[in-house]
Write a protein that binds this ligand. Structure first.
Ligand code: ZN
Length: 416
């Protein structure tokens, strides 16, 4: 049989597995894995089901338990299932998350969020898209290889983690800190975000820094400003100066991102006095800054504090600078890293679309890998239903993305 034949047989097998994929989605929807921080009992029931299922296929599964006294079982489970290849390096990791967000207001849903409804090529239910679409897709790519007794060239590992929706401290971050699972030579795919065409390969993130500026003056009647010290005027001047300085100093652009530059936006403003004729003694505003990764957030904060000190001296007020969020971006995955190129090729082969490396303005769980020097790509073909009411997964996306994984595995094995 020709090499091309292997890959088309694998994809035909994935097509044949579609009813089973839908059945597993149904089972998963009925096992809501909600973090205790969001009022749930964690991932145990879902992880137990998935471990048993993967083992029933003949896959060895390791379970890792992050202690958590806030759930009845006392731990947050993450699973690793390994399909052995002819060699173990580089391992291809496909990481998806077990947890889902709460359903939100029930009246916004057209049917029970925890009973899957299949209609018009879609599966409705909480978690069907985020992140079960790709969890099931990656599982059934492996199942298809098992069914056809195909051995990949290198190990293919499914990593099913807890706690992604509330920060990953008891999921990916804990797992990578406590168990040496991945090596820098490995290839990591985190199919947890993407666009409707499946063409966005997310490789970089901006750093996020939310700054709070509290200006303290002295209250007085508005007709007698000489008796007071207007915190609002000082705060407004501070805002204008910060806006100018930060935009001028941190002006670089990188075409990987959209928009290409750092964003520095005044956002929240706390209420001061309720009436017009009082000079306010306090002024509080916030900046949401998303900086290109080459900039150090420590430098941004130092600049903000320097401008604040100048304004404080000039207007004879006190200015405090605080941070609400302060997360330096992980180093970017190089846009020409092997995983990026191989994935782009697999997307072209399956979806006939050109995928491109992109940067985004917020953080993803891929940062856990990038901080360890392991190149990770975030990708997926998504309808964009995550966290909304009536969340659904397009079955064709789930099946097609399973074939993208098959092409990725085939690339290693030479099943071109
Ligand atoms: Zn997700």
């Amino acid at each position: 049989m020709s090499e091309g034949g292997i890959l088309s047989r694998l994809c035909a097998r994935i097509d044949a597995l579609e009813p089973e994929m839908v059945a597993v989605q149904r089972a998963l929807v009925a096992l809501p894995a909600i973090s205790p921080k969001s009022g749930g009992e964690g991932e145990k029931a879902k992880a137990d089901y998935l471990r048993a299922l993967l083992q029933s296929w003949g896959l060895p599964v390791e379970e890792y338990r992050a202690p958590d006294k806030d759930v009845p079982c006392g731990y947050r489970p993450s699973l690793v299932a390994r399909l052995k290849g002819r060699e173990s390096s580089p391992t291809l990791w496909i990481m998806t998350h077990l947890d889902v967000v709460p359903a939100g207001p029930r009246d916004l849903w057209e049917s029970d969020p925890f009973v899957a409804r299949v209609e018009d090529g879609r599966i409705y239910g909480r978690g069907t898209e985020d992140n079960q679409q790709e969890m099931v897709a990656s599982m059934f790519c492996v199942k298809a290889m098992l069914d056809l007794e195909l051995r990949p060239a290198t190990d293919v590992c499914l990593m099913l983690v807890a706690d992604e929706e509330t920060g990953s401290a008891l999921g990916a971050e804990w797992l990578l800190a406590n168990h040496r699972l991945c090596r820098p030579a490995d290839l990591v795919l985190v199919p947890d975000a993407g666009n409707s065409e499946g063409t966005m390969l997310e490789v970089a993130e901006k750093s996020i820094c939310w700054l709070r500026f509290t200006t303290l003056g002295r209250q007085a009647h508005a007709s007698a400003p000489h008796h007071g010290n207007n915190a609002h005027r000082a705060g407004a001047n501070l805002l204008v100066r910060l806006d100018r300085l930060l935009h001028e100093k941190y002006a670089a652009e990188d075409a990987l991102f959209s928009p290409p530059g750092s964003t520095i936006e005044p956002t929240k403003k706390e209420a001061n006095v309720p009436n017009v004729n009082t000079i306010p003694a306090e002024d509080v505003f916030y900046l949401d800054c998303r900086m290109l990764p080459q900039y150090r957030l420590d430098d941004v904060l130092a600049d903000a504090k320097r401008v604040a000190a100048e304004v404080a001296a000039e207007f004879r007020v006190e200015v405090k600078v605080g941070t609400e969020q302060f997360a330096q971006a992980a180093p970017a995955t190089p846009a020409d890293a092997p995983i990026v190129k191989m994935l782009a090729r697999a997307v072209r082969e399956v979806w006939s679309r050109d995928a491109e490396p992109r940067g985004i303005g917020g953080g993803t769980v891929a940062a856990c890998f990038r901080r360890l020097g392991i190149p990770a790509v975030v990708w997926g073909r998504y309808a964009g239903q995550a966290h909304g009411p009536n969340e659904y997964c397009i079955i064709a996306n789930m099946v097609g993305d399973a074939k993208v994984y098959a092409h990725l595995c085939g690339r290693f094995a030479g099943w071109t």
